[in-house]
Design a protein around this ligand. Structure first.
Ligand SMILES: C[S@@+](CC[C@H](N)C(=O)[O-])C[C@H]1O[C@@H](n2cnc3c(N)ncnc32)[C@H](O)[C@@H]1O
Length: 315
């Protein structure tokens, strides 16, 4: 075991605000394990020091809050020339900015926590974001070398994603294929319209539709992980224009459950003011899910304290 110092990315504060250290610690423990970590500020820099194996070091480089890694020798920090081996340029995830976008670091955390909850034999890994907006989760999945599918009710999302994919593929000369079509009959409302983007050996598909119709939209396909940043009520309304997304989620769960592999996991970010964590857990437990211990509450504003819930089906 070698002692390393993980430099906390100042950008992570844009995701986790004043709770950056506790969220970072929760992510570290979920992904790396219960190894002791020590917070050491140096001037404006914040580090987590920990003893890590070679495998753990590779995992640590992908933690959502880590900007870089140093080796600790006596009182000296030696910067390591190591970067995560992602598949696409970071512009694909970070480049496009739009209203309602989920913070990119938070999305990476959801993916990391989800992957840590899967048995290692699950390969290749397939991800569903059933309320995917303009695809931050799907694009992160591609960067991780995974396949992903998304459902989004906003008819404009498919075209917006297409425009940004065109921009970044051209700028970064990324070889790719785009396929467009409809699930079911073509229609002017755009329901069931999809866009599929293939690059390297991965594929992502975004489908326009209501997540309550997930079973029809994704047919019998099964996913290892269902990851989503739920509508916050305050900023993003659900299809029913209610402030509380719980009623819609309750209607979505049967379709999501059908789409989840037996040993898979659901990872959700939500505003813990509406619904409360206990209410969201109860809703899923009524459908046979078991809530996992992971929690990472962080205040985003007066009306939003975002938290993360991991759910699995009993074995
Ligand atoms: C917090 S946003 C997700 C943003 C996304 N992660 C991104 O970065 O682009 C929640 C999304 O859920 C969508 N949504 C709400 N109810 C839905 C439903 N019943 N079916 C499909 N999408 C829904 C909203 O339109 C919104 O885009």
């Amino acid at each position: 075991m070698i002692r390393y110092a993980l430099l906390i990315n100042p950008q992570a504060q844009g995701a986790y605000f004043k709770d950056t250290l506790s969220v970072a610690q929760a992510e570290f423990q979920a992904v790396i394990g219960d190894e002791a970590i020590e917070h050491k500020p140096v001037g404006p820099f914040h580090f987590f020091h920990a003893n890590l194996s070679e495998v753990q070091l590779k995992q640590a480089i992908r933690l959502s809050f880590v900007q870089g890694v140093f080796q600790v020798e006596a009182d000296q920090l030696i910067p390591l020339d190591c970067e995560a081996d992602f598949q696409l340029h970071d512009d694909f995830v970070f480049g496009s900015k739009y209203r309602g976008k989920t913070n990119e670091h938070l999305t990476q955390l959801l993916l990391n926590v989800g992957l840590a909850n899967l048995p290692t034999q699950n390969q290749p890994i397939n991800i569903l974001d059933p309320m995917c907006g303009r695809g931050t989760t799907l694009l992160w999945a591609l960067r991780y070398g995974l396949n992903a599918k998304g459902i989004e009710q906003d008819v404009k999302a498919v075209d917006d994603i297409k425009q940004s994919l065109k921009k970044w593929t051209k700028l970064h000369r990324q070889k790719h294929k785009i396929l467009e079509g409809f699930i079911g009959k073509a229609n002017k409302k755009g329901l069931g319209k999809f866009l599929e983007f293939s690059t390297n050996d991965q594929k992502m598909r975004i489908i326009n539709g209501d997540s309550r119709d997930a079973a029809t939209l994704i047919k019998s396909e099964k996913f290892d992980l269902i990851i989503s940043d739920l509508p916050y009520g305050v900023q993003h309304f659900t299809t029913d224009k209610t402030r509380n997304p719980l009623a819609v989620i309750d209607e979505c769960i049967p379709g999501w459950k059908k789409a989840l592999k037996k040993n898979g996991a659901i990872v959700l970010a939500f505003n813990s003011y509406i619904p409360k964590r206990a209410e969201l857990i109860e809703c899923f437990e009524n459908h046979g899910f078991k809530a996992q211990a992971f929690t990472a509450p962080h205040r985003m504003s007066e009306s939003i304290v975002r938290d993360i819930l991991v759910l699995k089906l009993p074995e």
